[in-house]
Ligand binder design. Structure first.
Ligand code: FE2
Length: 167
């Protein structure tokens, strides 16, 4: 039909991302702490959304923090828990963390699984909380970009590698 609306992509759109989520190259995992790594999938500079795979092995503890906006998680492998809750997230489970949620993600030394991998979509930033309850730092899409970029350059993947996941 000649008068059918012409649906087409706009030249103003940012580029799509189609990447192997769990990489073959270990260097793509960005170290975030003792026994903790993440693989960035989308670092969105406009909405602030961070989509990533989080990998934590036995003994890993992300540190207490509070989220300003919702977090959605899907556990791909293993098991983990929050010190503040009495449930365990296991492979195949979906986790919703509402804005205002305060928690400390751990994979205990006694955990049933050696490592966990969870796909997290984190909206907004998070604020890190110290032992005494005081603010000790923050994370957002921009701190993630800086951390990843520094790691990828050090790891020999070059200055352009971070661009595969930044929009
Ligand atoms: Fe969190």
């Amino acid at each position: 039909m000649d008068d059918a609306p012409a649906f087409r992509s706009s030249p103003w759109m940012v580029r799509e991302i189609v990447e192997q989520a769990e990489p073959d190259d270990e260097r793509v995992w960005v170290p975030q702490g003792d026994q903790i790594w993440f693989r960035p999938l989308l670092l969105d500079t406009v909405t602030g959304v961070v989509a990533n795979l989080l990998r934590v092995r036995r003994g890993g503890n992300l540190g207490k923090h509070i989220h300003n906006a919702p977090v959605y998680g899907y556990v791909i492998k293993g098991a983990w828990r929050y010190l503040e809750h009495d449930w365990v997230a296991r492979a195949g489970m979906f986790v919703y963390e509402p804005p205002g949620e305060v928690h400390t993600l751990v994979v205990d030394h006694a955990s049933e699984a050696e490592e966990m991998i969870t796909y997290f979509v984190v909206h907004g930033g998070l604020t890190k909380i110290g032992e005494d309850g005081a603010t000790i730092g923050y994370e957002n899409a921009f701190t993630k970009i800086a951390l990843c970029d520094a790691h990828y350059r050090r790891a020999g993947l070059g200055p352009d590698f971070i661009r595969t996941v930044v929009r």
